[in-house]
Design a protein. Sequence first.
Length: 234
Amino acid sequence: MIAPRVEEPAPGTFITFEGGEGAGKSTQIARLAATLRSRSGREVCVTREPGGSPRAEEIRAALLGGVAKPYGPFAEALLFSAARIDHLDRLIRPALRRGEIVLCDRFIDSTRAYQGAAAGLDPAVVIALERVVVGPTRPDLTLILDLPPEAGLARAAGRGAGTGQGADRFEAESLDFHARLRDAFLAIARAEPERCAVIDAGRDPDSVEVAIRALVAARLSGLLPTERSRGDAA
Ligand code: Z5A
């Protein structure tokens, strides 16, 4: 008889960033990574979904190009899951096993919000996919950057202006779709308050950064020692 595989708890720390378009996730991940690199004394791995491994990046290009859209949200969720399987196996789990801090731009909550709540995929299917694809590799902390969709879409459009790049598959959805997304992320935070924290992303980038640092310090003890406590320890 084959014994079930027992996953040892990994020593790393897994933090995910979620939210609607243009909420400032990439901006804040870069800032938090720099802070953690200088203050935690640990390796920091920055990654994103869909993507993060060469194969998953190929799937990303297809998804954001709209290749799977005609097949509906279930097919899209399967493709996001295929990308996630490779990303977890090749990058996230090895980094966590090495004790690194993994900062990931979007993860399971984006599937719940985009394919589930906003596009109408049955929540039972989303949960089943999570169970088989992600298993026990759950985030230690999920930071949900909250912003009215009009503001986020305007930021995303501003970033693309002059680059010749139009809206991608998801940016091109209706305002109503983006409003459902926002509600979905806030509902996830209410349902799992021990894992999730909501950050008001409508403020200037420095204020958002300060709020994120405070949350990380409060929720994940020892990750961000203050200058004072580091000096004391030395
Ligand atoms: N998706 C899905 O449907 N299902 C899934 O399971 C997963 C994903 C995992 C990935 O696209 C798409 O895949 C995504 C969901 C879907 N939908 N879309 N589109 P992506 O990775 O290309 O896009 P994104 O995740 O939405 O990120 P983004 O649009 O790049 O936004 P962001 O990273 O949150 O924001 P940013 O790039 O840091 O900032 C956007 C602009 O605003 C930029 O010009 C900044 O300089 C500016 N900015 C940032 N912060 C501020 C503040 N505080 N004030 C003013 N301006 C700011």
